[in-house]
Write a protein that binds this ligand. Sequence first.
Ligand code: IPE
Length: 272
Amino acid sequence: MRDCVVIKWGGGLITDKEKMCTPNMQIIESLSNVMKRCMDEGLNVILVHGAGSFGHLRAKHWRLNEGLLESYNFEQQDDCKSQKEAVSIVRNEMLTLNKNICDSLKNLGLNTSVKSPHKWARNTGSNFDGNILEVFSDYQDSICITYGDVVDCEDESSFGILSGDDLVVRLSEEIPNVRRLVFAIGGVDGILKKPPESANEDDLIEVWSPDLKFEGIHNTEIDVTGGIGLKATRGAEVAMLGIEVLIINGSYPQRVFDACMGIEVLGTKIIA
Ligand code: IPE
């Protein structure tokens, strides 16, 4: 059986986070090339991507991460009048971003198999309900791709946001031959001791475990999920299983490739 790597492309890396629904095609294409190189080297790769400006901005306005808020008086948007409408718009936005990614991979001759969470997953957090082994049964034949999405919830919240950072945990736990989990993020080289504006190269935390505190950035103006803190926590859950976990700067294709291949690379290694 070939080794398998789960890779998460952060939404802030693959989109322009300030501009509604704007993909960063240059980065998406460079990451797609890395996927091809990894496959050529004999790895299975499962791709999970974030939302960036495709999901967070509207999800934030309509507080979709809090579920159905029936009595809240939302400010309506020209193209969206209710939370329910926002749910379907965000799902469509995610499909659009996903299509950009699939096209870029297909242009390199790679097979893709998309697993949209709203079709197979329920509830949020890393213990969400969904049959990973059944849904991802073709992961050895194609690049299986999934992403952070708005999913139905069984309680009164009715819907919620399942982050890609939660999906990677379950994929790493349940797919039998996962050796490594790589978070490729934008703008920083890994977990920093200080917020990026005031950090220098000495502030990169090369090895992180949950007992080490850091001042993580979490842009709550834009982000409806957990920022770098969620990645760190989820990463530690995966590291507990003996799987290698790395957070690296996804703007450097060679680092992404090396991280996937298990070659020493600049970034943060997470240990349990
Ligand atoms: C967020 O998913 C999904 C939506 C807002 C619809 P992620 O938590 O995986 O996204 P990023 O990486 O932070 O953009």
